[in-house]
Structures are given as structure tokens and as C-alpha cells.
Ligand binder design. Structure first.
Ligand SMILES: [Zn+2]
Length: 54
């Protein structure tokens, strides 16, 4: 799985990197239409997914 080619499960747009100055250790990518967000925590090697539409 390639995190940097992830797509929104709702509209299939490629997720865009979100500027996140408060947490430099966390990478956030989100759908350009705001459907979906994915956080990557490198220290934990863990993803957290957030669906903003049902
Ligand atoms: Zn979307």
C-alpha cells in the first residue's frame, strides 16, 4: 500500500497533503472536497482514517 497514492473512497480524488504546522510528526492527507482524511503517525506506523460523509 502506498500512502502517497491514496484516493478518497467517496469521490476517488487523490488525497492532498494538508499543512499541519502543529504536529510535524503527523502527516495528514485529505480529500480536496473534504470527504475524507487520513493521518499517518510515523512513530507508531499507524494510520487513522476519518470519514466526513456517510
Ligand atoms: Zn472525496
Amino acid at each position: 500500500m502506498n500512502f502517497f497514492k491514496e484516493k478518497c473512497p467517496h469521490c476517488k480524488e487523490i488525497l492532498q497533503l494538508k499543512n499541519n504546522p502543529d504536529s510535524k510528526s503527523i502527516i495528514i492527507k485529505e480529500c480536496p472536497a473534504g470527504h475524507y482524511q487520513k493521518e499517518f503517525h510515523p512513530a507508531l506506523e499507524t494510520y487513522i482514517e476519518s470519514h466526513k460523509v456517510s
